[in-house]
Design a protein around this ligand. Structure first.
Ligand SMILES: [Zn+2]
Length: 330
């Protein structure tokens, strides 16, 4: 497919029927025709099961569907462009999916389940589940490589900083995956050279936890680390090739040599704006999914909305979600 720029009117004009939406995904994911069988993995021969009347086929329940089916010559099973992807088993029209994905790829502050539910006429639960499946496709590869050269590390608290809370304020009920708190520290790593952002929640800000996370994501001996002047980074400093600490307390934001943590702070302020403005309350159980979403958006912020749409659709396979939604969480 020619690399055209998408827009909502262009997508709507192109996706007139469900069969159009299948063809659209087939082009984006496969370049038109299946390359390998999603069920047995064999690269072989595939037959398109052409419906008798051209566009629709009858389902087992007797209703008509525009689902485009293929058959694998090797395992003899049927599949579609949705098999083993985030769309697997969905009852939401594929046209809606494509438009919601486009919304997710173009909205800097994110899209809430309530918004999608109202805009596309689906239930809040369906919308919630749909958005989490899309976030799944934004997730970093589990075997993503280690960051090297220059990495900025910084942390913040999501849910407000506990030191700002008034002592006479309401008691917080114990909830969330980390026990009796509704504040969670989040660590962000920004690769200075590529601007790749990785963000993750951590149990507590201690030297031990930070060391573990940094070791998981950074090629420590070959990396220059830029941080603020917090003590735990100073302890870890000898393990890195070099360490620059920016002393914010002394009003310093950039040291000689250009070291700064501004990129990580910029990510945090965008993240907080989005969580406060669009999502209002994010369940801490699912915080990491939101972190993946905003890290993905930040990493790919220089790409166009259409490029992000293409990237996301190329990342939908093998990422099925099976957990049930929690009602009332946007
Ligand atoms: Zn097969």
């Amino acid at each position: 497919m020619e690399k055209q720029e998408f827009s909502v009117p262009k997508l709507a004009a192109r996706l007139k029927t469900e069969a159009d939406a299948y063809r659209f995904l087939e082009e984006l994911r496969w370049g038109g025709e299946p390359q390998a069988c999603p069920l047995c993995g064999v690269v072989g021969k595939f037959y398109f099961l052409k419906p008798a009347n051209g566009e629709t086929r009858r389902t087992r329940t007797g209703s008509r569907t525009e689902r485009r089916l293929w058959k694998c010559a090797s395992c003899r099973r049927q599949f579609s462009v949705l098999t083993n992807t985030i769309f697997h088993g969905t009852r939401i029209p594929l046209r809606t999916w494509v438009l919601v994905i486009f919304d997710m790829c173009s909205a800097k502050n994110g899209v809430s389940a309530w918004e999608v539910s109202r805009k596309y006429g689906i239930t809040n639960e369906s919308a919630w589940h749909m958005l989490h499946r899309i976030r799944e496709a934004m997730k970093r590869e589990p075997v993503a490589g280690l960051l090297r050269r220059t990495v900025i590390a910084d942390e913040t608290w999501i849910g407000g900083d506990p030191k700002n809370r008034h002592r006479s304020g309401p008691r917080v009920k114990p909830r969330g995956p980390f026990g009796g708190t509704d504040k969670i520290p989040v660590l962000a790593l920004v690769h200075h050279e590529t601007r790749e952002v990785r963000a993750m929640s951590i149990v507590d800000v201690t030297g031990k936890n930070l060391r573990r996370q940094l070791g998981r994501h950074i090629d420590v001996p070959n990396t220059h680390l830029w941080t603020d002047s917090a003590g735990y980074y100073r302890q870890l400093a000898p393990e890195f090739a070099d360490h620059e600490a920016v002393n914010h307390k002394a009003g310093q934001y950039k040291v000689r040599g250009g070291a700064t943590t501004n990129a990580a702070e910029g990510f945090f302020s965008q993240l907080k704006r989005s969580l406060d403005g669009t999502h209002h309350h994010v369940s801490l159980w699912h915080l990491d999914r939101y972190l993946e979403q905003f890290a993905w958006l930040a990493t790919n912020c220089r790409k166009s909305d259409s490029e992000r749409l293409r990237m996301l659709i190329n990342n939908v396979d093998g990422r099925r979600l099976t957990y049930r939604p929690i009602p009332g969480v946007a």
